[in-house]
Ligand binder design. Structure first.
Ligand code: ASP
Length: 330
């Protein structure tokens, strides 16, 4: 006798069989760091710790066996897309990779909502990177399944900010009381937009160092101000480096400039060298969301303060924690 398959619900949220509906973030979208409070971070970092332990002990395990992730990237990505793929596969799930969007229906003019609604028929969760600010929130309006924002233009990159914060917590042992200095293209760097917002949950001081045309957007400075977080702007790193606990370096985002001349005028504006690092504290860390394109000399990689490749590994555990959480298995 044929088994009755219930009709696909149009209005109700997606509730897969057998998942833990009480799990924090179950079925939720991850769109902006603004959705998190300190308890949420404690929860995510706790799960990320467990993931780290499991990966180190057994490598790959079956927590998300049978689950499928659609990795939908409209902008180039190496790290974020590989990191989500590795996270899903370490948890025993599988991945539909869509990196070359120009070969897909999108290049035939398909709208983002149609692409999302098609992919969610195949997958349980969608990771989306798109060049437009607000694209992930728009996709989430149409999707019944969780959308994870993997970068919406110069908007936000919430999973990067979570892994950045996890890195700071793991490396420095705490976040409250630290001075965090962000350097480089603060106008176009979505990672610093998300990180500075997330840091407002803590008792920190934030410094911004950039050329004038790449300053942190006034809207974000205003938001941080509203949360009473001390912040200062500089054009020169050397004055502020000695008191920094974290130096967060970013690349100049070539693809976001209106003209090549504008890019050329700021390209290579800051380069972190061994010599510059002599002025930094012994107990501090240098971070970078990567890719680096000359902002940190390779000679610094052996310095124990160079945390950027460790940061990549922390990212795997945080993304495993997020996938397991939104799929109700954390
Ligand atoms: N990988 C980061 C991002 O996607 C940083 C960068 O591209 O510079 O925003």
């Amino acid at each position: 006798m044929a088994t009755h398959i219930p009709p696909i619900r149009k209005q109700n949220p997606y509730l897969p069989f057998g998942d833990q509906k009480g799990t924090r973030f179950y079925g939720q979208d991850i769109l902006s760091v603004k959705q998190f409070n300190r308890d949420d971070l404690e929860y995510i970092f706790g799960v990320a710790h467990e993931m780290a332990g499991m990966v180190r002990r057994i490598g790959t395990f079956d927590l998300l066996k049978g689950k499928i992730l659609a990795n939908l990237f409209y902008e180039p990505s190496t790290r974020t897309s590989a990191s989500f793929t590795a996270a899903m596969e370490r948890l025993g799930g599988s991945v539909i990779p869509i990196n070359e969007v120009r070969y897909s229906s999108v290049s035939k003019g398909e709208s983002l909502p149609d692409t999302i609604r098609t992919l969610e028929a195949y997958a349980d969760v969608i990771v989306l990177r798109h060049p437009e600010v607000g694209s992930a929130a728009m996709a989430a309006k149409y999707a019944r399944k969780p959308i994870i924002n993997a970068g919406d233009g110069i908007g936000e990159h919430p999973t990067q900010a979570l892994l950045d914060l996890f890195t700071i917590q793991e490396e420095m042992g705490h976040i409250d009381g630290l001075t965090i200095t962000m350097l480089g293209d603060l106008r176009n760097g979505r990672t610093v937009h998300s990180l500075s917002r997330l840091l407002t949950l803590f008792d920190v001081c934030i410094n911004y160092v950039s050329p004038d045309i790449l300053r942190m957007p006034a809207e974000i400075i205003g938001e941080i101000n509203d949360k009473n977080i001390p912040q200062k702007e500089f054009s020169d790193l050397e004055t502020i480096l000695p008191e920094s606990d974290v130096l967060y370096v970013t690349r100049v985002q070539k693809e976001r400039f209106a003209t090549p001349e504008e890019y050329e005028s700021v390209k290579g504006c800051y380069v972190i060298t061994r010599e510059i690092m002599q002025k930094a504290k012994e107990e501090m860390i240098v971070m970078h969301p990567l890719p680096r394109v000359g902002e940190i000399e390779m000679e610094l990689d052996d310095d124990p303060r160079a945390a950027y490749f460790r940061q990549v590994e922390y990212g795997l555990y945080v993304r495993m924690a997020l996938l397991a959480s939104v799929l109700g298995k954390a």
